[in-house]
Design a protein around this ligand. Structure first.
Ligand code: PMP
Length: 470
């Protein structure tokens, strides 16, 4: 009897094997067809990615999955993998060498080691020191032995302090259990994506954007889909375009206002519009608000916390408001289920953030005047830099917030990477090339993490350099 059963099992297994081989043969056939399509598109001067062809494919897949009784999500994720493989085999134009702010920072540091004084506007780090009471608290707590593991989400005391802070600051109702203290906003981005995205899912990224978003989406196996915004539109995202970018495979939108690198902050109408789209299309809205305190508009910061009806993850940080970059502390807030999921990931990877740093964060939340003062300093710097940029052959959006200006170089024939390298070599000024933030090759980003006089001197040198180009 058992022998018959074993035979039956073997037979079924070999059938599964044959089916798997058949799937692979079909994939190979699909790939060679894709390569042919690629050649044809190249000869017609068409671009490799074709959103309308993808839309038709995905709609058909949804129907087929339904008819076959296969889970739609799985079918769409599989389709993403097939689309990406198809893109891989299509002939591509030669890749543009894009330098990032890190590359320029490395070159600037090499010059500094040789004794050259460089005006550093490359890395997005404020020059502010952490408030002295924050440093003192970390020191005292460490001395008192508060250097133990804590629960993965962080100490209740800190999470309650954050919940109270967002209530006071944004009138947002959040329970301490929805809050997780993270290793800076950067780890918050990872937790948000890792808890939302499965391999093959798509995530909308609004460009120009902090490069980590796209790398992190890729890292968790997702596919970033870019919604470009334009200087001509005041960097305002077009909501019809956003709707069109969303496919059956989309799981999340990631946005960052005030924005790194543009300094754009969204008005309430657009912010609400994005929330409504996320809600309608059942997506998670990941809102990176690390620059919430650097707001120069005079109106209230728009936060996703005021829209608890949408599935959301709020990302925040102590790095910018209080000049605490090296403390590596930030936080995320979400619904309880996702917060628990993120806490499980944090627990697995880092256990928790250091205990004495958590106390330092509690102390920072009491230093509201310091955050306000830092914001005012950034506003003055932005004002001074924009004024100095005015006569130069560049176009730019005057920032509403954050700590950057993102000008377009209005001189023909030079791209941002080449510009950044030559500017550094000729004038000892380091900026971030625009291509690192998306398809913005003739832009560059200036970080305002230096005293005003230094920044204005930097702009003067940029002007001198630009005059040698035109
Ligand atoms: N989000 C944005 C938009 C940023 O620019 C940065 C830092 N450059 C971060 C998050 C992360 O900062 P941190 O990890 O220091 O909190």
């Amino acid at each position: 009897m058992s022998c018959v059963k074993d035979n039956e099992l073997d037979r079924m297994r070999s059938e599964v094997l044959e089916i798997t081989k058949e799937i692979l043969r079909l994939v190979a056939k699909r790939q060679s067809l894709c390569a042919e399509i690629g050649k044809l598109k190249q000869s017609k001067g068409l671009s490799i990615e074709d959103p309308s062809a993808e839309r038709i494919l995905r709609e058909a897949i949804t129907k087929e999955a339904l008819a076959l009784g296969i889970e739609e999500d799985f079918a769409q994720r599989l389709t993403t993998q097939l689309i990406e493989e198809c893109i891989k085999v299509q002939p591509k134009p030669p890749e543009k060498k894009v330098l990032t702010h890190r590359d320029i920072a490395r070159m600037a540091e090499a010059l500094e080691r040789q004794g050259v004084r460089v005006i550093r506007m490359d890395v997005g780090e404020p020059d502010f020191r952490a408030p002295s009471v924050v440093v003192e608290r970390a020191y005292q707590e460490m001395k008192a032995g508060r250097s133990r593991y804590t629960e993965p989400k962080g100490k209740q005391e800190l999470r309650q302090a954050i919940a109270d802070y967002v209530k006071m600051r944004f009138d947002a109702d959040v329970k301490a259990d929805q809050v997780i203290a993270t290793m800076g906003g950067a780890f918050g981005v990872y937790l948000a994506l890792a808890s939302t995205v499965s391999p093959g899912d798509e995530v909308i990224v609004i460009d120009p954007s902090w490069p980590i978003y796209k790398s992190c989406v890729r890292y968790v196996g997702g596919r970033p889909i870019v919604l470009e915004t334009r200087l001509e539109d005041g960097w305002e995202p077009n909501l019809d375009e956003l709707n069109e970018k969303i496919s059956a495979a989309t799981k999340a939108i990631i946005m960052n206002y005030p924005s790194n690198p543009t300094g754009k902050a969204l008005g309430k109408k657009t912010f609400k519009g994005i929330v409504e789209i996320a809600q309608d299309r059942k997506l998670t809205l990941i809102s990176d608000e690390v620059y919430a305190d650097y707001n120069f508009t005079g109106s209230e910061h728009n936060t996703v916390l005021n829209y608890p009806e949408v599935s959301y993850v709020l990302i925040s940080s102590f790095s910018k408001s209080w000049g605490m970059t090296g403390f590596r502390v930030g936080f995320v807030i979400s619904d309880l289920d996702r917060a628990n999921k993120m806490a499980a990931i944090q627990s697995m990877l880092i256990t928790c953030i250091p205990e004495f740093i958590q106390y330092a964060a509690i102390e920072a939340l009491k230093c509201l005047d310091e955050a306000k003062k830092n914001s005012e300093v950034m506003r003055e710097r932005a004002e001074a830099v924009c004024k100095a940029l005015e006569p130069l052959p560049v176009s730019f959006y005057k920032p509403d917030g954050a700590m950057y200006v993102f000008p377009r170089i209005d001189v023909k024939g030079i791209d941002g990477s080449e510009f950044a390298v030559k500017l550094l070599e000729n004038k000892n000024v380091s900026v971030a090339p625009g291509g690192a933030f998306g398809n913005y090759f003739n832009y560059f980003r200036m970080s305002l993490g230096q005293p005003k006089e230094v920044l204005v001197e930097g702009v003067k040198r940029i002007g001198e350099f630009l005059s040698t180009l035109s």
